[in-house]
Write a protein that binds this ligand. Structure first.
Ligand code: PEP
Length: 254
């Protein structure tokens, strides 16, 4: 099964508007270096979604880093999938470990956010992953299974086909410690098998599973060589345009 690789940058709360636009322009200027057949996604701070969608013929898809479970209403500070869907925003990252940890987003809430995205035609990039203690106690499979069951397994196969998954072991995020390609492949295969038992093999084989956690231009090729690693969710290394381009190229074996 050929799945189009997806290289996604999560900028988190970084960059000024000037820096964001410089990055966007630079990526456009280097478009000849970007391989065909690799999808590029950027999740900037939501303020920058509008200027970044104005770029002519962009080489990237845009994503929100979060969205509300509600469509409209008295929810000060929130942005909804309904609002995102009117712009050129294709994806929203849901359940990033920073949202789970610092903003106390739990499974029930995240399932509602997934529903809100799908209702408004936004594809959720749903993040799962164990923390260090869970890994050390060999509970990583159970943890990820629990996150899948509570966040996604109420979806129909047709809905699941619009979801992107990201396996992001919390101990590897922003730490410089990446999972080995064996560890990544083992978990990705486990996730795909679990998906298959819920929505069938055909759908499971269509769903892209990204790896995230200290991905950079030096380790991405090994990760992308794993049969069940369909791309990456990149934090720190997505802030530097030349490094990001090298990661994108490595997804095409360049
Ligand atoms: C992330 O935040 O999704 C992430 C993987 O960050 P980093 O690449 O910096 O570890």
């Amino acid at each position: 099964m050929m799945r189009t690789k997806l290289v996604a940058g999560n900028w988190k709360m970084n960059k000024t508007l000037t820096e964001a636009m410089e990055f966007a322009v630079s990526l456009q200027e280097h478009r000849d270096e970007l391989p065909d057949g690799v999808e590029v996604m950027i999740a900037p701070p939501s303020l920058y979604l509008v200027p970044m969608e104005m770029v002519k013929d962009p080489v990237y898809e845009l994503a929100a880093q979060n969205c509300s479970q509600h469509s409209f209403g008295a929810f000060t500070g929130e942005i909804s999938a309904a609002m995102l869907s009117e712009m050129r925003v294709r994806y929203a990252i849901i359940g990033h470990s920073e949202r789970r940890q610092y903003f106390h987003e739990g499974d029930t809430l995240l399932a509602r956010k997934v529903d809100a995205c799908l209702l408004h035609g936004i594809k959720p990039v749903f993040c799962v992953g164990e923390n260090l203690e869970e890994r050390q106690e060999k509970r990583h499979f159970i943890t990820v299974l629990h996150q899948l069951e509570h966040g996604l397994y109420h979806l129909s196969p047709a809905q699941m086909a619009d979801v992107v998954l990201a396996y992001e072991p919390v101990w590897a995020i922003g730490t410089g410690v990446t999972a080995s390609s064996d560890q990544a492949q083992e978990m990705h295969a486990f996730v795909r098998q679990s998906l298959a038992s819920h929505v069938g093999e055909a759908t499971a084989n269509r769903v892209r599973i990204l790896y995230g956690g200290s991905v950079n231009a030096s380790n991405s090729a090994d990760l992308f060589a794993c049969p069940d690693v369909d791309g990456a969710l990149v934090g720190g290394a997505s802030l530097k345009v030349h490094e990001f381009i090298r990661i994108i190229r490595s997804a095409a074996g360049l």
